[in-house]
Design a protein around this ligand. Structure first.
Ligand SMILES: NC(=O)c1ccc[n+]([C@@H]2O[C@H](COP(=O)([O-])OP(=O)(O)OC[C@H]3O[C@@H](n4cnc5c(N)ncnc54)[C@H](O)[C@@H]3O)[C@@H](O)[C@H]2O)c1
Length: 314
């Protein structure tokens, strides 16, 4: 994975007529003139816009401006923007090409890579979607300069996930390599997994490590996606592989991630949300344990939580 400069991204903008950009990113990193003569849809509050209502609005906007099957959509923003915009690209005129410039750490190492696109439904996150690979992902780390600490921590949450899946990434964290090197290693790792299993029919599922609890925590609290994943990873390790908690502590310290407490999160709400997870089978809940997909019944999970996290969870 190559790292691009902001100038190269500016040239990309010049060469595209149809653009979807996170409005905050447009304000912080571009001039108004950069988008003149372009058909640009600005996304406000991306996670709240990632729904069917906005999907329809965006399709109407571009159809109104005569987008054709030969056009390529340029998408600039974090993971919520690229999920929503990629879903538009996958469906408008039965699918057009798209390119993506991820602007958050989380989207550089994860969300922009691999072609999973979609929107949230009232019943849960990412329940409506598609697989549609971008032509290219342009990582420009200059965008990271305007992210606050909380958003950086959120991206580090997905980096932590990779450290539990890939020995090389774990070693790089212990070696304290530069952030840029770590971003490239994570993006390369995800690309490799996706190349082997694009539609998540096999090994791609391991990328969901920590996400069964993580998605539930994200839905019922106001924690960001990546921070919810960190908490999900900790819960997963506590329940199924407590011997790895030492590594969790070491890695979160090295990555300087602040791990919130589980206090005040309702166990019943977590369990009720998890019982609707997309990966569940025969009413059993899917988890990634030791890089493998395993299933546990609700009663088994409840018992494990009561035995192992009694002090932490209500
Ligand atoms: N498709 C996938 O494979 C995949 C994988 C992981 C996560 N996701 C999705 O990604 C989303 C989370 O991504 P995210 O954390 O990037 O969230 P996001 O896109 O909501 O961005 C987070 C916040 O940062 C702002 N922002 C973006 N770039 C900025 C910059 N350079 N400077 C300052 N502010 C900036 C945004 O306006 C937003 O307020 C979730 O919806 C999650 O479901 C998708």
């Amino acid at each position: 994975m190559e790292i691009y400069s902001k100038d190269q991204i500016n040239s990309l903008v010049i060469n595209h007529n149809f653009i979807i950009v996170d409005r905050a990113v447009a304000h912080l990193h571009f001039l108004q003139e950069d988008f003149s003569d372009k058909r640009v849809y600005f996304v406000d509050r991306p996670e709240f816009s990632k729904n069917l209502e906005n999907f329809e609005k965006i399709c109407d906007f571009f159809l109104d401006h005569n987008i054709s099957r030969f056009d390529t959509l340029l998408v600039i923003g974090g993971g919520a923007t690229s999920d929503l915009a990629g879903f538009v690209a996958s469906t408008i005129l039965r699918g057009i090409k798209w390119k993506v410039v991820p602007t958050t750490l989380l989207s550089m190492v994860d969300a922009a890579i691999g072609g999973k696109v979609g929107v949230n439904s009232r019943l849960g996150k990412n329940l409506i979607g598609n697989f549609h690979l971008p032509q290219k992902v342009y990582i420009a780390t200059e965008f990271l300069s305007t992210l606050d600490e909380y958003q950086i921590d959120s991206g580090k949450g997905e980096i932590l996930k990779y450290a539990f899946l890939d020995e090389k990434i774990k070693a790089l964290i212990y070696e304290k390599v530069s952030f840029e090197k770590l971003i490239k290693a994570c993006a390369d790792y995800k690309n490799k997994i996706v190349k082997d299993d694009f539609k998540e029919e096999g090994k791609r599922v391991i990328l969901n490590f920590g996400h069964t609890f993580g998605h539930a925590i994200e839905k019922i609290t106001s924690f960001s996606h990546g921070i919810s994943v960190v908490m999900g990873i900790k819960l997963c390790l506590t329940l199924f592989t407590p011997s790895k908690l030492k590594m969790f502590d070491e890695l979160t310290k090295l990555l300087e991630i602040k791990v919130p407490s589980y206090q005040n999160i309702s166990l019943d709400e977590i369990l009720s949300y998890m019982s609707k997870d997309k990966k569940n089978k025969n009413s059993k809940i899917a988890f990634i344990v030791n890089r493998k997909l395993v299933y546990y019944s609700l009663a088994e999970v409840k018992k494990l939580i009561r035995e192992n996290c009694y002090d932490d969870i209500n």
